[in-house]
Design a protein around this ligand. Structure first.
Ligand code: FAD
Length: 379
């Protein structure tokens, strides 16, 4: 079975790894435009100077798996009916096509955002790593431009880590931090997690402004909110509006911006075409751990087809997200979005065990996908 996988992120890497390890004669072609994978949370490490950009890169050149060919090419056109793509280097087709191209950032959707900082791309985090050390205090707005966005806890983490960073620099007392989010609470499916974060914000003097988006940024350094409020700032740390990559939208596979999939087996409306991760509306948050879980279901379906065996149970939409509270503390929220009648999120308070667990989360994936632990890379 020729399996064409578009995107070597969380979803694509896990899928290719499982198919390779299955021992079945899959011929996997994995296509990505980048030369390296970077964990989402590494952007916070880079931004706050805890890691270098080089230290968090996992080069695709190190990926070597039986039955998997990785091509560094940009996908320019997807024909889901033919399970074929055109790239900047040629054409490819498969017996099965899996779209795992993630979500892109729509900077222009928020007027003025291009003139300020964002921390959701590696380049944005790098630019902030250069800028933050010379910030001497003032008003900071951590602003989310729209939902859904990747890793719902990340802007809370950024606010708390910023508090520590400025405290260590001795300028926290001269700084006001406001965190603007379109979500009504920091983590809506888990009231307990939201409460823990709201308490942490209030203990640290971080102003939480929930339930409203950043609608535009004025030239004179004022963030305008949907609810009419205006927040002057000296430093803006933005989370841009997300959208599926253009090539996916142009393929006709999307509805309301993302690819609808069966929550049972992640198949799109095109037979033999699956989609996993941030590019889909699978009813789960946009986070690596959910992209990985969805990829595992697709891998099990394809392995069952190859072996003529029983199909796996449906995708359960479960995943755990680690949350940095600053001061070296890490909590966890265990999300279950699909297996029960209601979405649930169970909070695990910060502990030393969770610090070790998050480290292991990164290390185990590095080892599993790339077969090594690069020197100097953070967990
Ligand atoms: C600051 C921050 C912190 C985060 N923290 C966490 C966390 O702690 N835990 C967690 O689970 N998630 C976290 N995330 C979210 C996580 O990074 C994403 O949700 C996850 O990477 C999504 O996986 P994916 O496979 O859907 O897409 P991605 O991992 O984004 O992979 C998509 C791939 O497609 C490639 N691609 C895109 N377009 C093209 C094209 N036209 N041609 C070829 N290749 C293309 C891209 O180069 C990319 O490699 C965080 C994100 C951010 C920004």
């Amino acid at each position: 079975m020729r399996v064409l996988v578009l995107g070597a992120g969380f979803g694509g890497l896990e899928l290719a790894t499982m198919l390779s390890e299955s021992g079945e004669p899959f011929e996997v072609t994995l296509i990505d435009k980048s030369d390296a994978f970077v964990f989402g949370y590494s952007k916070l490490d880079v931004m706050f100077g805890r890691a270098t950009p080089d230290g968090v890169r996992l080069p695709y050149a190190d990926l070597s798996k039986p039955g998997v060919e990785l091509l560094q090419e940009t996908v320019l056109e997807i024909d889901p009916a033919a399970k074929a793509v055109r790239t900047d280097a040629g054409s490819h087709e498969g017996d099965v096509l899996v779209v795992a191209l993630g979500a892109d950032y729509d900077i222009d959707a928020t007027p003025g955002l291009a003139e300020v900082d964002e921390f959701y791309s590696v380049a944005g985090a790098e630019a902030l790593a250069a800028k933050l050390p010379s910030f001497d205090g003032g008003r900071v707005v951590v602003g989310v431009c729209d939902a859904p966005y990747k890793c719902p806890p990340a802007p809370s983490e950024a606010s708390l880590l910023l508090h520590d960073f400025l405290g260590d620099k001795g300028v926290r007392g001269d700084t006001e931090i406001a965190f603007v989010s379109p979500l009504p609470t920091p983590i809506p499916p888990s009231p307990e997690t939201s409460q823990a974060l709201l308490s942490a914000f209030s203990e640290r003097g971080i102003e939480w402004i929930g339930g409203t988006r950043i609608s535009s940024i004025d030239d004179d350094k004022v963030a305008k909110l949907d609810d009419g409020r205006e927040l002057p700032f000296d430093l803006f740390l933005g989370v841009p509006k997300h959208r599926a990559p253009d090539v996916v939208i142009e393929s006709g596979m999307t509805e309301n911006g993302y690819i609808p999939v069966s929550s049972e087996n992640l198949q799109t409306r095109y037979p033999g075409v699956y989609a996993v991760g941030d590019v889909t509306t699978a009813g789960v948050p946009k986070a690596g751990v959910f992209a990985e879980g969805a990829a595992r279901v697709v891998a099990k379906v394809l392995i069952a087809v190859a072996r003529g065996g029983e199909h796996p149970p449906p995708y359960d939409g479960r995943g755990s997200c680690y949350i940095e509270f600053g001061r070296g503390e890490i909590a966890r929220v265990d999300i279950d979005f699909l297996s029960g009648p209601e979405k649930t999120g169970v909070y695990q308070a910060p502990s030393a065990a969770l610090v070790a667990e998050k480290k292991e989360f990164g290390a185990s994936r590095r080892a599993r996908w790339f077969g090594h632990t690069p020197v100097g890379a953070p967990a």
